[in-house]
Design a protein around this ligand. Structure first.
Ligand code: PMP
Ligand code: GLN
Length: 399
């Protein structure tokens, strides 16, 4: 055992948040963005767009700042944004929400996930079932809540879960089934059978379903189906989303949780002591965004689909195997085709070898499962087409 001084370090070590050297480890996204900045490589690692979102949304934030929307907003979020979220759920999914009881605004989906897990989990007996590979925050927050994570593997190349393995993972100890759809890092959009099975198992074992739908508007020719719209799902589902991806405002950190009032209240009890509130002038701006016309929402999916195609084609031409995603910001490629045996090593060397940054899929997996993803790499497609083309031509020179 290392001699780690201080109780905070023991806690952080227990939650797996320290590096092997015993210092606070940066997230894989921060590490890779720093690597890109240091080397001047094209950053296809951390998922953020390199262009601004809709002008009306940006203008609404400027306007709010100019008109004094600069103090603490209400704890649940400004009423107009909660109203806009309810309107959005009605317009896209025919869900009827009470904006005063069924919705709260959070500091991004990140806080929504943290507050939800901390509110609903009560120690090591409580289990959370997640699909693996998974967004890194899930494991960190399950650990911070002192609970236990069970994972169901998603496998190359379609990354749909095996329904029997899913059924095996969910038991009476399962408190939460956490479903990220569309999925980061794989870009999978889960089939209707998977979503139905999640609902069936949640009922069978009296579990709560928590969904992370931050890529809800970024699917390519397949519909996004929120689990809360499925028969008998609403009563036990908390739905999380965010304005970051939809409006290309990842730095604004406006997210939300919606669902049955009692569950939302449980999340609020924790949320009010995490950030209390955030982003006053950005809240009306995201309300403006959520009320944009259908053409805007269709347009962002179409634009990203084109970018996905450019990246997929470029990766194939460079010799990678490619899993073509149905949604999200990301494309997963197999670097075995160009001689890699260890994606982490490959990604560490990639800025020097090719001037490109990407993220190994092992960063999203538990140590026991890393071997399954040993040669897989995640590339972000949410960049300008010319940037993706330049990255592709640099990667082609690798072969
Ligand atoms: N969930 C997933 C699956 C993500 O990819 C991200 C990263 N954007 C988040 C949650 C965090 O969202 P936010 O930036 O709104 O906190
Ligand atoms: N969601 C982004 C990604 O997967 C990163 C968010 C973050 O840096 N925490 O790349």
């Amino acid at each position: 055992m290392r001699n780690i001084p201080g109780p905070w370090k023991r806690t952080a070590a227990g939650a797996g948040l320290l590096s092997a050297e015993g210092v606070v480890a940066p997230t894989i996204f921060a590490e890779m963005s720093a690597l890109a900045a240091r080397t001047g490589a094209i950053n296809l690692g951390q998922g953020f767009p390199d262009e601004d979102g809709p002008a009306q949304v940006l203008e609404a934030a400027r306007d709010a700042i100019a008109h004094g929307v600069n103090q603490y907003p209400p704890g649940r979020g400004i009423q107009d944004l909660r109203q806009a979220i309810a309107e959005h759920q009605q317009r896209f999914y025919s869900l009827h929400l009470d904006p005063d009881r069924d919705v709260i605004v959070t500091a991004g989906a990140t806080e929504a996930i943290a507050a939800t897990l901390l509110a609903l989990l009560d120690g090591p007996e409580d289990e959370v079932v997640v699909f693996e590979p998974y967004y890194d925050e899930y494991a960190a927050c399950v650990a911070l809540a002192g609970a236990t994570m069970r994972t169901v593997p998603l496998r190359w190349p379609d990354f749909q879960p095996d329904l029997e393995r899913l059924a095996d993972a969910v038991t009476d100890r399962t408190r939460i089934i956490l479903v990220n759809d569309p999925h980061n890092p794989t870009g999978a959009v889960f089939s209707r059978e998977v979503l139905d099975e999640v609902v069936r198992l949640a009922h069978l074992h009296d579990a709560i379903i928590v969904t992370d739908e931050v890529y809800e508007h970024l699917t390519f020719g397949v519909p996004h189906v929120p689990i809360s719209t499925l028969p008998s799902a609403w009563e036990r589902t908390l739905t999380i989303s965010s304005g970051g991806k939809t409006f290309s405002t990842t730095g604004w950190k406006i997210g939300w949780v919606s669902g049955p009032a009692e569950l939302v209240d449980a999340v609020l009890t924790v949320k009010q002591f995490l950030t209390y509130v955030n982003g006053a002038p950005f809240q009306p701006a995201i309300a403006t965004g959520l009320r944009l016309g259908r053409d805007f929402f269709d347009g962002i999916a179409e634009t990203l689909r084109h970018k996905r195609d450019v990246l997929v084609e470029g990766l194939r031409a460079a010799g990678f195997g490619v899993s073509v995603p149905d949604g999200s910001y990301f494309v997963v490629a197999d670097a075995a085709g160009i001689g890699a045996t260890d994606a982490a090593e490959f990604c560490r060397a990639l800025p020097d070898r090719a001037g490109v940054v990407a993220i190994p899929l092992t960063a999203f997996a538990t140590p026991e499962r890393r071997a399954d993803y040993a040669t897989l790499v995640r590339f972000a497609a949410c960049k300008r087409v010319e940037v993706l083309e330049e990255a592709a031509s640099r990667l082609a020179a690798l072969g």
